[in-house]
Ligand binder design. Structure first.
Ligand code: 3H9
Length: 699
């Protein structure tokens, strides 16, 4: 049986225990161990069998690292066939999170008992998969089709009590789970309980169900922007309600295998591990301890500062929100309260919850009130001199050891740190707008930032629910440095012959949450315009890459805030519409620069924009600004609306083939602009040596 699974008798009850840290995933050793234990239990004198797990959780699913490798018998479906046909009563004892294949194991048992703190769910859709071991067939038979549709297409786990009310769990206990499960088993035996197989429960399709499946399908098509697993899940659920169990199971297997072979699932599985890898900092000594952060000061009560304050207050950390005047902090706080009022109205939070969050916030217009906080995050105007002044002031006020962070998007952390006498305490914590919604946090390491300060920022990021990625110091850090190249190519595609709607639609159909020009309109075209005003002609680069944007601003088209930018916006719905006036501006800019427009196809747009990102990403990787390629993917998927089902820009080129990516980049270099398209040496080297971005580590 090995060490991953053990079997023992407690009186008349056999107890199978899985012990496969950290999450008891169904690796080959676990599958074969359970299979052996079931065989032992079938032949001994036990009257019922409890399946329980050691450690922090019940089985949290198939072992994701095994996907894509040659299958090893027994497969999970084979194991579940043996479990379903087992001669004894079977009882799953659930604690922690019974997820995916783990919950499918539990659903195949005859009875389920759970700790009140446990959660159950079928999160496969988040990996571009579907429950492939009977989950799509057993769940609707136990809980009904509407509940199954919700559980499996959302992938979100539900609490034990909720599962109880949906008949997915039979009993909930507060403590001593395994003892309670053994007692439950004895009770069932005494009562003469029969084996109860979800597979034999009846299920039919009502007209209401049919309507539900059609409407959920339509909604998901729009929401998931091209993900295929949700539709495949609905196919399986439809089969569950219209076909015998065996036929439904066969359909599920076919759809599961199709998902597994789909590059979307490979990308989503890549993202699963990428998110977890991002939290690990290779250069930090193992014993580095993060400081406790119980209180934080946020400087700047504008949109950004307010959003950051919300993140901390929601995580139970005391916030002091500071701005120059009482009026500014009052306005900031009102805006926060308004945001929470909307959340209450939409049912996302209760009034009591928002009161508790607001109670974590105090405001001040006096920097001296930051004397005792554990961490300060500066979110003032994006100007180096202003930021240096703030940090010099903080240096005189804050207690020794306080972490001093800047939310700058571009400025040098080293220059900011040099304004203090404690550069080791200074680093960047770059949030993305709206800060209370966007998951990404770039933690920017300055030359002097200490290990403790870096570890603290990463730990705090996790505590406030962000996915944190470490970036080294360069202009724009990981995300915005790459974005310049993406934005440049979008502008060049426009002036060379495309249209705003073709560019945005091409990128959106490919999977981006929003096309690049629509994003510029949302952010405000005046921001880039003002930034360019500070630059020399040389720094601004190729005029073709900003001429149209300049002319739009000069025509008063600042983006959504002025009702028009690259598009015209409906004042009520904010729906974008093409505007002939924009194409007149584009035509004039082409004439000024002597550009003859040409036909564009969507593929060129997608290739130019994604390869511009990835090529710069490879340079960041080689320079050591990013720790690993997958960190860059996390930055783009969580901060810039890159589709997770494409796995980020680096995974995109890895999966298209680095040789093909380099060939295209070289073609762009030769045909478009050698300065814009300097092929990253790392990519050329990897192609020459047959290497992979995923394996690249800078020495
Ligand atoms: C499936 O079941 C398909 C079946 O329907 C059909 C098959 C035929 N496999 O997240 P954490 C690792 S699909 C391998 O930091 P937490 C994880 O990488 C699967 N490894 O902990 C990390 O490693 P490291 C459906 C896994 O406490 C470590 O465990 N199930 C797996 O914050 C700790 O993870 C899911 O999708 C796995 N299944 O959260 C559940 N899971 O330390 C996926 C975790 O080296 N898992 N690891 O970085 C989760 O959602 C969370 O891990 C969980 C714990 C909530 C369980």
């Amino acid at each position: 049986m090995g060490t991953a699974v053990t079997y023992e008798r407690q009186g008349q009850i056999g107890v199978i225990r899985v012990n496969n840290p950290p999450v008891n995933a169904l690796s080959h050793a676990v599958r074969s161990g359970i299979m052996d234990a079931l065989a032992t239990a079938a032949d001994d004198a036990s009257l019922a069998v409890v399946l329980a797990c050691d450690g922090r959780t019940f089985i949290a699913g198939a072992d994701i690292t095994e996907f894509g490798k040659p299958p090893q018998a027994p497969s999970l479906p084979d194991l579940l066939l043996a479990l379903d046909n087992h001669p004894k009563l079977t009882i799953a004892a659930i604690h922690g999170t019974a997820l995916g294949g783990g919950f499918e194991v539990a659903l195949t048992c005859n009875y389920r008992i759970a700790l009140a703190t446990a959660k159950v769910g079928l999160p496969e859709v988040k990996l571009g998969l579907l429950p492939g071991a009977g989950g799509t067939q057993r769940t609707p038979r136990l809980a009904g089709l509407p509940a199954a549709v919700d559980l499996i297409t959302s992938g979100n786990p539900i609490a034990a009590e909720n599962a109880l009310s949906l008949h997915l769990v039979d009993k909930v206990v507060g403590e001593n789970l395994v003892d309670a499960a053994v007692a439950y088993g004895s009770e069932l035996v005494e009562q003469g309980a029969q084996k109860r197989q979800a597979s034999t429960l009846p299920l039919s399709l009502t007209t209401e169900d049919e309507k539900l499946i059609a409407s959920v399908g339509a909604k998901l098509l729009k929401k998931t922007r091209g993900e295929r697993a949700p539709q495949r899940i609905l196919n399986c659920l439809l089969a569950a309600a219209t076909q015998p169990f065996e036929a439904g199971l066969k359909r599920e297997r076919e759809e599961f295998m199709a998902c597994l072979a789909d590059p979307q699932s490979a990308a989503l599985r890549h993202m699963f591990f990428a998110e977890r890898a991002a939290g690990k900092i290779d250069s930090l000594p193992k014993d580095t301890k993060a400081l406790d952060v119980a209180s934080v000061g946020i400087i700047g009560a504008g949109t950004m500062g307010g959003g950051i304050a919300m993140c901390f207050a929601q995580a139970g950390i005391k916030v002091t929100l500071v701005d120059m005047t009482d009026e500014a902090v009052k306005l900031g706080l009102e805006k926060i309260a308004k945001n929470y009022a909307i959340s209450v109205k939409r049912g996302r939070l209760t009034a009591d919850q928002t009161d508790a969050i607001m109670a974590n916030m105090t405001t001040s217009s006096n920097f001296n009130d930051l004397a005792h906080v554990d961490m300060v995050i500066e979110a003032v105007f994006e100007n180096l001199e202003v930021k240096k002044d703030v940090f010099a002031k903080l240096d005189g006020i804050c207690k020794p050891g306080a972490v001093l962070a800047s939310n700058t998007s571009y400025q040098s952390i080293d220059a900011i740190a040099a304004a203090t006498t404690r550069p080791e305490s200074v680093l960047g914590m770059h949030f993305f707008s709206p800060a209370n919604v966007m998951k990404l946090l770039e933690v920017v390491k300055g030359a002097a930032s200490s290990d403790t300060v870096i570890a603290t920022a990463m730990a705090v990021g996790k505590k406030i629910g962000k996915v944190s990625v470490l970036s080294g110091m360069c202009y724009g850090f990981i995300g915005n440095r790459m974005l310049r190249h993406y934005g440049r190519e979008a502008s060049l595609c426009l002036i060379e012959g495309s249209t705003p709607s073709q560019i945005d639609s091409a990128m959106e159909s490919w999977g981006m949450a929003m096309g690049p020009l629509a994003v510029s309109d949302l952010a405000g075209l005046d921001i880039g315009y003002k930034a360019r005003e500070q630059l020399s002609a040389e720094q601004k680069g190729d005029p073709a890459s900003y001429r149209v944007a300049d002319r739009l601003v000069e025509a008063g088209r600042l983006g959504q805030k002025s009702g028009a930018g690259y598009y015209q916006y409906d004042p009520e719905t904010r729906q974008r519409q093409e505007d002939p006036a924009v194409m007149a501006i584009v035509t004039e800019a082409r004439r000024e620069l002597g550009i003859t427009p040409r036909q564009f196809d969507d593929e060129e747009i997608v290739n130019r924009l994604t390869l511009a990102l990835a090529n710069e990403g490879a340079k960041l990787l080689q320079e050591g600004i990013a720790q690993r390629a997958s960190d860059i993917d996390v930055v783009y998927c969580y901060g810039y609306g890159f589709p997770r089902f494409k796995g980020g820009p680096m995974h995109t080129i890895e999966s298209m083939g680095l040789d093909k990516a380099v060939t295209l980049i070289n073609e762009f270099r030769d045909q478009l602009n050698p300065e814009h398209w300097q092929t990253a040496p790392l990519l050329t080297n990897l192609v020459a040596n047959g290497g992979q971005l995923a394996d690249y580590h800078r020495d």
